[in-house]
Design a protein around this ligand. Sequence first.
Ligand code: ADP
Ligand code: MG
Length: 359
Amino acid sequence: MSEFDLIRRYFTRATPGAVLGVGDDAALLQVGAGNVLAVSTDMLVAGTHFLPDADPFLLGHKTLAVNLSDMAAMGAKPRWATLAIAMPEADEPWLERFSAGLFALAQQHGVELVGGDTTRGPLNLCVTILGEVPPQQALCRDGAQVGDEIWVSGQLGDAALALAHLQGEVVLGAEQFAACAPALHSPQPRIALGLALRGIAHSAIDISDGLLADLGHILDASQVGAEIGFGALPVSDTLSTLSRAVAHPSPVNGTRAGFREACFPPPESAGHGRPAVGRGAGAGGEGTLALRCILSGGDDYELCFTAAATRHDEVMRIGAQLGLPLARIGRIVAGRGCAVHDAAGDPIDIEICGYDHFR
Ligand code: ADP
Ligand code: MG
């Protein structure tokens, strides 16, 4: 099939929200009065961001989801997208499933595909997402204020845990894997939350590189610090069980010794740069892995945001209305950097748990 037949068959749908959609040299788009365009691009490369044999429906979903997540983090309403796709050959069953996954999520969020580019090459997927937001209400990274509460949506670390299982770093039971795999394969962009936080959140970011790294971007941009309670971090039952070696250190070792043992992998499994994670061998290794997933695992695409403590009840109400758990995980403080405390109030050394400030 020709390139044009392919575009017509798999990537052309009605675009009533565009002045002109797919088919000409450029799309024509009209932004609503009082709004500005929010534009963001994310590329997914085979072998780097997904395995070449990934389920094409889920891949279509995720390709758009990671872009929608950026709109959510800006408090923008996503309207349009373009798709640049390179693929080795026109594999029609693959294209059918990929476009079905992409359009299913697009429809769910009222997003129209208005253009793109199609070329032969190693599998590579690049979406540019375009949304609208009144400029004063955009949720930027530089707005966090001392005294703000820090919030996180959903649960942290499940996507990283599922990936660790697929890569053989940990062996999960079938039910455990089934519980965390959706976070990795079909993340849900928190669009409704981003919109609801307009005028309430002082700052926001989506968690694509891990809580500490992404919260770190807010702290850097806002020139503030943060204090996080490890026990307040929202995690799944599986991760909570795995991290028990850390949360409830064995009395034999005492609190600090037990924690350190959980964080320091045995020397023979130590890697380069970041601590090696447990390879399914004992609670200490799994505790390290769990910490890494929770604090520096990426790919969950939850939102991390800050808001004045006076807006606490409003934020809670938003969570209830959306049916989306929102957890207050800490506070913005004067100074720089991020401190994480365990339940006893002792500082957790986040560097030995795989967090690299200079990554
Ligand atoms: P040009 O040669 O002007 O770049 P193309 O032949 O690349 O145009 O594309 C023709 C039309 O199809 C354009 O409107 C373009 O935006 C659209 N298009 C190309 N590839 C895709 C794609 N993968 N998804 C959506 N639209 C696409
Ligand atoms: Mg082109």
